[in-house]
Design a binder for this molecule. Structure first.
Ligand code: UDP
Length: 219
């Protein structure tokens, strides 16, 4: 088996990546596949932490705008990410991978609250740590949560699983002339407002020199 080039990574999985074709709910076949890949990486010697999104259940701004106060809508979004974290850790355990959930908001009956110390200890022991609840604060996204946790646990890189295989200057489905980037600086991403990850997340990654690798999650 090939040895992992990274010692420790943070994998960001959007809620959509855990759902079926319609982007809603959880598809356990897809999740089992994803967990199989994570297992191979763990066996190759890589320590893996995961930040899960919640868009397959609820996105604060998209689903609550005009109908709910923003913080309340975002609280619901964070709860959605915890549902995904619990499900992913469960499927990882079923796949034979040791996994634990930590939440950005305290809900001790379901999982331990996030602490950097416990997360780093679990990772060093070979446990996959799934972070739910994003940053624990409204007005943020799980992209920012992913960068934040990656920096806190001293990950070598943030791996972003997307439904697109690379960064493009425009949506390649709508614009066939869109430029495909094999590499791009944070500065250019910010300047061109290429929303690979949102602006807050990009700025935080830039401030902390966190390498971000994007790859397509093919179905
Ligand atoms: N959210 C939040 N603070 C965070 C992370 C997430 O308030 O630190 C809320 C926000 O409402 C967001 C929702 O949780 O829309 C789900 O997260 P996200 O949209 O990032 O999920 P993804 O698109 O990755 O599935």
């Amino acid at each position: 088996m090939e040895k992992s080039v990274y010692k420790r990574v943070l994998l960001k999985l959007s809620g959509e990546a855990l759902s079926g074709g319609d982007g809603v709910g959880l598809d356990f076949n897809v999740m089992t596949e994803v967990c199989g890949v994570i297992k191979k990486c763990v066996e190759a010697g890589c320590q893996i932490a995961v930040v899960v999104g919640g868009g397959n259940f609820w996105r604060g701004v998209k689903n609550g705008q005009g109908k709910m106060e923003r913080s309340n809508a975002d609280h619901m979004g964070m709860l959605a990410t915890v549902m995904n974290a619990i499900a992913l850790a469960d499927v990882l355990n079923q796949t034979g991978v040791k996994a634990a959930v930590q939440t950005g908001v305290e809900m001790r009956t379901f999982a331990d609250p996030y602490t950097q110390r416990d997360a780093e200890r679990l990772l060093s022991e070979g446990t996959v740590v799934v972070f739910g609840g994003g940053t624990g604060s409204p007005y943020f996204t799980t992209d920012t949560g992913a960068v934040l946790r990656a920096v806190q646990i001293h990950a070598d890189a943030l791996l972003l699983a997307k439904n697109i295989d690379a960064v493009y200057s425009a949506d390649p489905k709508k614009n066939p002339d869109a430029k495909r980037y094999t590499e791009i600086s944070y500065g250019e991403m910010l300047e061109k407002k290429l929303m690979v990850i949102d602006l807050t997340a990009t700025a935080l990654a830039m401030d902390n020199n966190l390498p971000v690798e994007l790859f397509g999650l093919s179905r």
